[in-house]
Write a protein that binds this ligand. Structure first.
Ligand SMILES: [Zn+2]
Length: 386
């Protein structure tokens, strides 16, 4: 749980906006039994294998103790990472001679945003002598395609997918290797412009309490956009659930933090609806302190996207985020480099590695598409923030 709250300061605009586990519904992380089983199997598999190997045998006498791990599968490689993916990576390093461990390391590196490190692992798998078998090759090709897509190299991503489909036998992997199955997170910077019409929900739809403007500061010129998660699990895509969550955040910010209004300017729910929070005319309370909040539009995805909680954000949420940020950049003249995550401004887990990589991809995509005219967005409602 992210707790980066500035203690006790009232007034209108300091502090971070996260609530320390407030949402009344479904707070506990729900992991699918299948993923948990796969993760447990993987851990026990490698624990057994590690125990059996020890120091490298020089004379072959210990070979009969070597466990033979089963061949890697789509599920064993992509099982949901635990709370500390780096620890799992460190534990697997001694088993790099097994392709399942190496593929898992590559996947985990990607999940933490280390795309170059993952690519290095994958090259060593694919170009090993002797060559890897069909299943390992197909998994490595898919992971490479993910990496190329994230870095905007669509041609190489497509080539990897095609190469993977030649040798993939697992139905789920074959589905992932078809381009249309790629999620927005996997597509990363590949699509130049999100053509999503934003579903903007004004304050009246969530029955916002009135802003207490006496304790708020005018925004001034906008020069930055900061992305957060709410740090409270939120899987329910119904409108009523989003309203309850947003009202709860506002109550916490106004009544417990003593701020003038909800700290964020926009909130995005699991269905991809964009809810207007604090009016953009007013400085937000989300980035950590008064200096960081100046000219800084706060966008919060409802949910907890740290590893080991509810998993990655919904594709609809990422698409809405991309469309909203693009419109805000156009409206306020914000440069791509100034679209940042909370943890890029201060020491915090917010918004977790899934969103971190999504924002990095979005930033690359915005940098490639260049400055946009104000009002771009194909008939979508303009994000005025009121
Ligand atoms: Zn944050």
């Amino acid at each position: 749980m992210t707790t980066t709250l500035t203690p006790g300061r009232a007034a209108g605009g300091s502090g971070s906006g996260h609530m320390p586990g407030r949402c009344g519904f479904r707070r506990s992380p729900r992991r699918s039994p299948r993923w948990s089983a796969v993760a447990a199997l993987l851990v026990s598999l490698f624990a057994t294998a590690c125990a059996g190997v020890g120091p490298r045998p020089s004379d072959g006498l210990q070979r009969e103790t070597d466990a033979v791990p089963p061949p890697p599968s789509f599920h064993s490689v992509t099982a949901t990472p635990g709370a500390r993916p780096m620890e799992e990576i460190l534990a697997l390093r001694s088993r790099r001679d097994h392709p399942g461990a190496r593929l898992r390391i590559a996947f985990l590196l990607q999940e933490t945003g280390n795309w170059a490190g993952a690519e290095s692992e994958l090259q060593q798998i694919l170009f090993a002598d002797p060559a890897p078998d069909r299943g390992v090759t197909a998994l490595a090709r898919w992971l490479r395609a993910r990496g190329f897509e994230r870095r905007g190299d669509r041609e190489r991503a497509r080539a990897e997918r095609e190469a993977g489909l030649l040798v993939a036998d697992e139905p789920e992997l074959r589905e992932r290797l078809t381009e249309r199955a790629a999620t927005p997170l996997e597509r990363g910077s590949a699509s130049p412009v999100p053509a999503v019409a934003l579903a903007m929900m004004p304050r009246s739809t969530w029955k916002a309490a009135a802003a207490r403007t006496r304790s708020m500061k005018p925004m001034g010129p906008v020069h930055r956009i900061t992305i957060h998660h709410s740090a409270t699990a939120c899987r329910d895509a119904r409108t009523t659930a989003s309203i309850a969550a947003i009202r709860s955040i506002q109550r916490y910010h106004q009544d417990e933090q003593g701020w003038g209004d909800i700290g964020y300017h926009f909130l995005i729910d699991p269905a991809g609806r964009v809810w207007t929070g604090r009016a953009v005319d007013w400085q937000g309370a989300h980035a950590g302190d008064d200096e960081r909040n100046q000219g800084n539009v706060g966008v919060c995805l409802l949910g907890n996207y740290t590893p080991g909680d509810q998993g990655p954000p919904q594709p609809a949420q990422i698409e809405a985020l991309a469309a909203l940020v693009q419109q805000l950049c156009a409206r306020h003249g914000v440069a791509a480099k100034d679209v940042v995550t909370h943890r890029e401004l201060k020491q915090t887990d917010c918004p977790g590695p899934y969103l971190q990589t999504a924002v990095e991809g979005l930033r690359a995509r915005l940098a490639r598409s260049g400055p946009l005219a104000t009002g771009a967005g194909r008939g979508a409602a303009a994000p005025t923030g009121n």
